[in-house]
Design a protein around this ligand. Structure first.
Ligand code: NI
Length: 187
């Protein structure tokens, strides 16, 4: 188990489609997934895709604390992880339009955040490290993280999904604005 270096926007591995994993039960896949979990925990992230550690294969890990889901969705929720999904596939449940806009950050684009339209609800499918089929439904922030990570497997970073690039910001500027607004709101 090891914390792996995370590559950043501009690296060619982040721009290409990753290869399907022929055998999700292979020991090297288990090793990669364990290292990815170590890496996402060390980086305090909520998700990581294998291309971000320069491995062009279709593996993602999610680790979303329950309090983060509550914060984002404003409703009680159970923690989602750490969870490994091999060869994940997503299917929207609310039509082809990506109608839910929310803030996202990416460990491969440090310091920035952007407002990204995503599907609100989706069905996901994939395989775990024992080769078992996993299927489920996700909504809100869980669905957003799944879409963000699966996009990595297709060589897509969140700014490419944005429809208003004026909402691509430095995270500390957004925080400063939010603080200013909450002060205004208190007066
Ligand atoms: Ni990312």
């Amino acid at each position: 188990m090891a914390v792996l270096p995370i590559i950043r926007m501009g690296h060619p591995t982040l721009r290409r489609a990753a290869d399907p994993v022929p055998d999700p039960t292979a020991p090297e896949v288990r090793r990669l997934a364990a290292d990815m979990i170590d890496t996402v925990l060390a980086a305090d992230g909520v998700g990581l895709a294998a291309p971000q550690v320069d491995r062009s294969v279709r593996v993602i890990v999610l680790d979303i604390p329950a309090e983060r889901l509550r914060e984002e969705d404003g409703e009680p929720a159970e923690a989602q992880g750490p969870e490994v999904l091999v060869n994940p596939v997503l299917e929207p449940l609310d039509g082809p339009e990506r109608g839910a806009v929310g803030w996202e950050a990416c460990l491969s684009i440090p310091g920035l955040v952007g407002a990204v339209p995503r599907w609100e609800r989706l069905r996901f499918a994939g395989v775990d490290l024992d080769g078992r089929e996993i299927v489920g439904e996700a909504h809100g922030f869980h669905a957003r993280v799944l879409q963000h990570e699966v996009d990595h497997l297709d060589g897509i970073l969140y700014p490419q999904r944005m429809t208003d690039l004026s909402l691509l910001m430095f995270a500390d500027e957004l925080e400063r604005q939010a603080e200013a607004e909450s002060v205004e709101g208190d007066i």
